[in-house]
Design a protein around this ligand. Structure first.
Ligand SMILES: [Zn+2]
Length: 450
């Protein structure tokens, strides 16, 4: 789930991704049919009794209201670049099922072609890369398989191509380049269980797509990738992967591909612009105002009450630490602390100004005190099972933490989306609940099919 790490410098919003909703042309047959239906619908609405309309409104979940979309017969599907190696590595396991060719990135020259590549590894040499028995004297290369998916990197098989870049210290970085909608299909299954209701999974697809396109617009011109494949951006497992005991597990499914088809090109906007659709697993009762954690959060990333996630395992949790454990973890994170303050004697909750505000704690020492933010304390204590920045601390010899939620708690609550879908709410209602004032529209470039 997005946690606000940037992979490139923030730049002005890339006009390439300022979308326009497509309008139906009224000159073709489909357009005339649409116009006819619109007139019939309008007349029906006008003459339908208002009280019955109101009653219908109560009974049915609202339909998704979108600007009309023209089906597109040509055009290029946008691609996204996903960093598969969050920290550069010295060696990377690789395998290619089927024919492929290797080219320098952005160069049509073919360096090699082969029918397949048995399991081997990529390493960096003084002048290039070693892949199995072959040496390539370039600093960046791209593997183009004849069919997709084919390339295995580190136990995950990916759709599209894979680029390998040299990084300082004889290290390398792998970047998967694939069509945006294929990426979204994997993110849906990577981020949300298949057992969650379809309307929740549609909401997941739309926020994942919006997040991805937003990051594509934010990446600097010379950035080599737009998103990470893990929770620094959003989880992306690829087409399939080998799990524990070498078991083959799916990274996408017929179900997630269907969800993507049903929401193709749909994104969230606020005041006519795409925004960063932060989301997290379980808010635990109330989401956090986006600006409390992320400087680029728009007003739609608002704090809202949410009890819909109460069936989640981590809706509530408890953790306890000894005084020594707490002191060791807390000391480096307390603002302004010096060694002369002595031992930690208490850690008190500072009452929040309002629900949806980030909690702060007062760390009291023998000779001084300092504040510590809930998110920093969560990071410091994550190895002890602290799962969110929202908790109450009790101190009686040992420290007891009574927490709520899993993740940062900003934006859409994934378990809350499940709860809302289970009581019959539709994707639009779910998204507008977590992002008040937002709209769903279709992004122009993304609806194009090859
Ligand atoms: Zn929730």
């Amino acid at each position: 789930m997005p946690s606000g790490f940037w992979n490139g410098r923030q730049s002005d919003f890339n006009p390439l991704f300022v979308f326009t909703t497509r309008k139906i042309r009224m000159t073709n047959g489909r357009g005339r049919a649409f116009l006819f239906l619109a007139v019939v619908a309008g007349l029906t609405y006008a003459f339908w009794p208002a009280d019955r309309r109101a009653a219908q409104k109560m009974q049915r979940p609202p339909l998704l209201q979108l600007a009309p979309v023209q089906s597109v017969g040509s055009g290029r599907l946008s691609s996204i670049r996903v960093n598969l190696t969050p920290s550069p590595v010295t060696s990377l396991p690789i395998q290619i099922d089927g024919a492929y060719r290797i080219q320098p990135v952005g160069n049509p020259r073919v360096l090699a072609e082969a029918a397949k590549l048995a399991a081997t590894s990529v390493t960096v040499t003084k002048t290039g890369f070693q892949i199995g028995r072959n040496h390539y004297p370039v600093t960046r290369l791209e593997i183009h398989p004849q069919q997709s998916p084919a390339i295995w990197i580190n136990g995950h098989q990916y759709r599209g191509t894979v680029r390998i870049y040299r990084r300082p210290g004889s290290k390398l970085m792998a970047v998967n380049v694939l069509p945006l909608e294929e990426y979204v299909a994997s993110v849906v299954d990577s981020e949300m269980p298949a057992a969650f209701p379809p309307e929740a999974r549609k909401a997941q697809a739309i926020v994942a797509r919006t997040y991805a396109i937003y990051q594509m617009g934010q990446a600097s011109r010379d950035a080599l990738f737009e998103v990470y494949a893990d929770t620094r951006s959003q989880k992306y497992l690829g087409f399939q992967y080998r799990g524990a005991g070498d078991r083959l597990l799916a990274g996408e499914s017929a179900s997630s591909r269907k969800i993507v088809d049903e929401t193709r090109g749909m994104v969230c906007t606020y005041a006519g612009r795409l925004f960063c659709t932060y989301y997290s697993a379980v808010c635990g009762g109330h989401t956090l105002q986006g600006t409390e954690l992320f400087s680029d959060a728009v007003p739609a990333v608002a704090a809202v009450p949410c009890d819909f996630c109460r069936e989640a395992k981590y809706y509530r949790w408890d953790v306890s630490l000894t005084a020594a454990e707490m002191e060791k973890k807390v000391n480096p994170a307390v603002k302004g602390r010096t060694g002369s303050w002595g031992r930690l004697v208490a850690l008190d909750n500072i009452p929040p100004a309002a629900p949806g505000r980030l909690l702060e704690f007062d760390a009291k020492y023998q000779q001084g005190h300092g504040t510590i933010r809930g998110d920093r304390l969560r990071t410091a204590l994550s190895s002890h099972g602290v799962r969110s920045p929202h908790f109450r601390i009790e101190h009686q010899g040992k420290y007891s933490l009574h927490g709520r939620g899993h993740g940062h708690g900003v934006g859409l609550c994934q378990w809350g989306a499940r709860g809302q879908a289970k009581i019959g709410r539709g994707v639009q209602q779910i998204l507008q609940y977590y992002y008040p004032g937002s709209e769903i529209v279709i992004v122009g470039n993304s609806v194009a099919r090859n």
